[in-house]
Each structure stands twice: as C-alpha cells, then as structure tokens.
Design a protein around this ligand. Structure first.
Ligand code: GTP
Ligand code: MG
Length: 442
C-alpha cells in the first residue's frame, strides 16, 4: 500500500456510533434555545426596489408592511441612477426586524441607459465587500454586525402588456448572480385580465430565452413545498398597491377606487398582492436570507478570494491551508517586488546612459560650433590685419609724398624769398639779365 493511502486511512474520521439514552437529558431544547437567541438578537432584512420612477415602489412597500415609510418623490431629471437606503426598526409581537429598503432612484430616466445597472451592481457588491471585510477582521463582531447585504430585489415591470424592455432584461441579467430577483408587474389594475395573462406568459418566456435566473420559491422543504410550487407558477406577480382605505360592504379595506369600481389590494381575484406578501414575508423570508448568504455572498467571496490569489488545493488529500497559501502568496509577491525593483533599476541605468550619450553628443556639437566660429574669427582677424597693413602702407606712402611736397614747398618758398635780392644783386652785377626757374612738384 502506498504511504499516502496509509496516511489517508489514519487521517480519516471514525464513523460516529449510535447510542441510546437512558433517560431525558435535555438537548431536545436546542431548537427552542436557537429560537429564543434569534428573537433576542433580532433579524435584518434588506429589500432592493428597482423600477422606473413613479411605478409604485413606495406605495407597494407601505402596503406590504402596513405602515408609512419616509418617502421622497424622485424627479425625472436624475443624471444617473442613485441608490438610497433607509433603515427602519419594526416590531411585530416580540420579534424585532431591522428592515432596510433601498430605492434605485432615477432608474430608467436617463437618455443613455447603457450603464443604468452599474450603480445597482456596485451597491450590492459594496455590501458583500463590507461583510467580507468584517469576516476577515482579526477581531470580528459578526454577532452585532448590521448586515446590509440585499436579500431580495423586487423588480417592478411596467404594465405595458407588450414585452419586457431591453433595459429590464439587461438589468435583471446583470443582477441575477448577485441577488434573489422577484419580478412583479406593477400597477396591475391598469391592465385587463386577459392581457395580464398573456403578458405574464410572455415575460416568463423572455426571461427563460435570455437566460435570466429569477428566484424560485424553494420546494425542498416539505412544509412549504406545495404552496411554493403553486406560487412559482404564478410568477411574475401582478400587484396593486394602495394605502387608501375604502368601505366595501361593512369592512374598510385597502383599495383603489375608480368611477367604475373598486380594486381591492388584498383580494386575490383582483391582484397577486397577497401572494407576494405570503411568499416574501410569511413563508420565504428566511430562505431569501439564507440564499443570499450561501449562494450569492459565497460566490462573491469565492471570486474575491481567488482574485486575491487564494485557491483550494486540487488534490483530495491536501486540505486548503490558509497559512500555506499566504506564505506562497507572500513569496510570490516578494519575488515579484524584487523583479519590479530590478526592472526599475535597469530602466534607471539605461536612462542615465541615454542621457549621458545625449549630453556627449550635445557637447560634441557645441565643440564643433566653437571650432567653426573660431575659424571664422581667425579669418576675419587675418583680413582685418591685411587691411590694416595696406592702410599703413598707404599712410606711409602718403606721409612720404607729404614730406617731399613740404620739402619742395619750402624750397620753393626759399627760392622765391631769395629772388628779389639776387635780382637786385644780379642787376647790380650783370647789369640786369634775368634767370628763369621752373619748379616741378612730383
Ligand atoms: P418614485 O419613488 O418617485 O420613483 O415613485 P414610486 O415608484 O415610489 O411610486 P409611488 O409609490 O410614489 O407612486 C406613484 C404614483 O403611482 C402615485 O400616484 C400612486 O398613487 C400611484 N400608484 C402606486 N401604486 C399604484 C398601483 O398599484 N396602481 C395604480 N393605478 N397606481 C398606483
Ligand atoms: Mg418612491
């Protein structure tokens, strides 16, 4: 036998043995203890209402819980869809319910509806993320943590009698893996009975053909299997909401009064309001909470942890070890960090080299420019020198000529000043012969 097989056998848990008790011990009170603990702790339930502005979301919530919640009418001019959560503490008998109603304000009001689903998806994810962060804390306090994860999305369909809008299909498709969707036809009193029947069939056909998964009331619990199976066939519920009370016979009932008659909210022949209330609150509220935790949150958690690098080991012998995965991930992270550091260092060296080369090239260019300018300067200097020499020669020649001229001039002057005297002398000596002088100036 291989060593691993032996290991597996020795690690296998022994089958528990059945023993009979000699008398009453008391652990049969465990369910009661659980009930008592849950009642003390209270419950939370979070409903997301998605539907066009004015479709009747607030009215239906008021009708469902038989109270008046704070509501604010939305305008049709919201730039984008915005989620507005409001939390209330409700009490029925001794059971406390922390109810959060989240309104998708401005849904369907934008000209471009491509991204209408995104704020809704982001909101749902943000609640999952908050819960995951609480779970991952070293000191967690899940016991008194206010769980804001959305347990159900009531999707309000406009009673057109035609078919679903593409906005409805896209939004429901984006939400179906994140939340339990219960589609409802709003303002069902505005559509005739035969049209409503056809509309319901068409909606279900479209949801199936587009692969939209809506919430199915569970049929695995015998106590509610039958009623849930019947109710699944009634989906989507066609509802009417009203908080107005009208006298029918000698009873005051919630209804909508028209000139031609009265639509009673709680009359099953008039609409599916009672069915919705039964399924949502009285029969399946706990299943909706559980599905949210075990299916939708689990999927979110798995994807998130896988994204962070955690994975279950594939071999059947090795169980998942958080510490080992963490160590492996840490090593991977450190080597990645080192690689990045080395890459950055190399990049820096290359950059420095590049800059050095660029600088050298610039220096060479400058040097060449300097040499060129120097040559030009020398040439200019030589020319100036030549000119100066020429000028000097010219000046010298001029000075020579000037000197000669001056000499001649003085000679001539001298000669002319001597002439009358000699004439007198000659006249006296020779009896008056004259001499002729010619002066040539070079
Ligand atoms: P916003 O929050 O502003 O988006 O509106 P809403 O979806 O909450 O609608 P609201 O409940 O404020 O109802 C809008 C109008 O529709 C009101 O005049 C209601 O009386 C009316 N209304 C609500 N429910 C029904 C219904 O079932 N049938 C009919 N015919 N009218 C309804
Ligand atoms: Mg409203």
């Amino acid at each position: 036998m291989a060593a691993t097989d032996l290991e597996r056998i020795s690690n296998a848990e022994p089958e528990p043995r059945s023993l009979s008790l000699g008398g009453h011990v008391g652990f049969d009170s465990l369910p009661d203890q659980l009930v008592s603990k849950s009642v003390t702790q209270g419950f939370s339930f979070n409903i997301l209402c998605v539907g066009e502005t004015g479709i009747g979301k607030s009215t239906l919530m008021n009708t469902l819980f038989n109270t008046t919640f704070e509501t604010e009418e939305a305008s049709h001019h919201e730039e984008s869809v915005r989620l507005r959560p409001q939390t209330y503490d409700l009490q029925e008998s001794n059971v406390h319910l922390k109810l959060t109603i989240v309104d998708a304000v401005g849904f369907g009001d934008q000209i471009n509806k491509d991204d209408s689903y995104r704020p809704i998806v982001d909101y749902i994810d943000a609640q999952f993320e908050n819960y995951l962060q609480e779970e991952l804390k070293i000191r967690r306090s899940l016991f008194d943590y206010h769980d804001t994860r959305i347990h159900v999305c009531l999707y309000f369909i406009t009673p057109t009698g035609h078919s679903l809008k593409s906005l409805d299909l896209v939004t429901m498709k984006k939400l179906d893996s994140k939340v339990n969707i219960i589609p409802i036809i709003a303002k069902a009193d505005t559509i005739s009975k035969s049209e409503l029947h056809k509309f319901k069939i068409k909606i279900m056909g479209e949801l199936v053909s587009n692969g939209v998964q809506i919430y199915q009331f569970p049929t695995d619990d015998e106590a509610v299997a039958e009623i849930n199976a019947v109710m699944n066939a009634h989906l989507p519920f066609a509802v009417v909401g009203s908080t107005e009370e009208v006298k029918v016979g000698n009873k005051l009932v919630r209804a909508r009064q028209y000139p031609w008659g009265v639509v009673q909210v709680e009359n099953e022949n008039h609409c599916d309001f009672v069915k919705l209330r039964e399924m949502l609150i009285r029969v399946n509220m706990e299943d909706l909470r559980e599905q949210t935790h075990s299916r939708h949150y689990e999927l979110y958690r798995r994807c998130k942890l896988e994204e962070m690098g955690f994975q279950d080991s594939d071999g059947d012998s090795q169980p998942f070890s958080l510490q080992e995965t963490y160590e492996a991930k840490r090593k991977e992270f450190l080597s990645e960090l080192q690689r990045k550091e080395e890459e950055m260092r190399q990049m820096f060296v290359n950059k420095v080299k590049e800059t050095e080369l660029e600088l050298k090239e610039k220096e060479r260019e400058l040097h060449e420019k300097f040499e060129h300018l120097k040559r030009i300067h020398q040439e200019e200097k030589r020319k100036v020198e030549e000119k100066r020499r020429e000028l000097e020669e010219e000046t010298n020649a001029f000075n020579c000529r000037k000197a000669a001229m001056e000499a001649l001039q003085s000679q001539a002057l001298h000669a002319t000043s001597q002439q009358p005297l000699r004439k007198d002398k000659d006249k006296k000596k020779a009896g008056g012969w004259s001499s002729i002088y010619s002066v040539t100036i070079p």
